[in-house]
Ligand binder design. Sequence first.
Ligand code: G
Ligand code: G
Ligand code: NA
Ligand code: MN
Length: 250
Amino acid sequence: REMKRDLSLALGRGELSVVYQPQIDIGSNQLVGFEALLRWECAAHGAVSPMVFIPLAEESGLIDAIGAFVLREACAEATHWPETLSLAVNLSPAQFRNRAVVRTVTDALAETGFAPARLELEITESVLFDESAEALASLEELHRMGIRVALDDFGTGYSSLSYLRRFAFDKIKIDRSFVADLPGAEDSAAIVRAIIGLGRSLKTRVTAEGVESWEQLLMLRAEGCNEAQGYLFSPPLPRAEARAFAKAGL
Ligand code: G
Ligand code: G
Ligand code: NA
Ligand code: MN
């Protein structure tokens, strides 16, 4: 459709930007890093959600250029933060269709001088779902460079547990749909408790997404969840505000 054409022009027109959401260590209440999230302010359509334009980018092949832009932009920005802070960047399954994704990541690190050990890549289990041999090889190559890999939106896919055996994820992110029902809903509480227990057994850190209330945070802390992000702490922030947040701590 027409929006696809607008998206192909968006990069050149400077309509794409990156915002940063703080990630907090629940035990110490310290800021540990930020997740980079893409934004598109389209001249014709106004603000378009990544839930809408990322699938368009995947269909049209623009995802590689857009993905490279997010990595370069976010790594460059993160060099201005204190060295203790990490940067998480979302990668689309479509970016793992060929091994060039490794080059895209290493190029961004080389161009910006950002340390691989401070970078975390967020992927969904569907990365390992199709053409998993190639994707797995790319993930392992990135891992060997010291880059961390997080399993995003955990609990919403088809057979999440088998993916935990296929690759040694550094982090599991509990999907915000489970967190939204806390602390009241018994079934969501049981699922969240089980995921945190799984992380503990596998020695994999667990992050809760979409934390909006103190009640949710207290429950997550009591259950031993490692990290949290959500509106309780901060919405995603434009880079100048994220920089100020980084310098001030939490
Ligand atoms: O920021 P927001 O809640 O609107 O993000 C909606 C969805 O878009 C989330 O699932 C998020 O992971 C995805 N998303 C945001 N930024 C990026 C990005 O840079 N790359 C990819 N592949 N997905 C992104
Ligand atoms: O799929 P992913 O987890 O990458 O999506 C992150 C998305 O969640 C972003 O679009 C961000 O704007 C949104 N988000 C961040 N914090 C909260 C929150 O506390 N509540 C809700 N409902 N959404 C959030
Ligand atoms: Na994410
Ligand atoms: Mn998520």
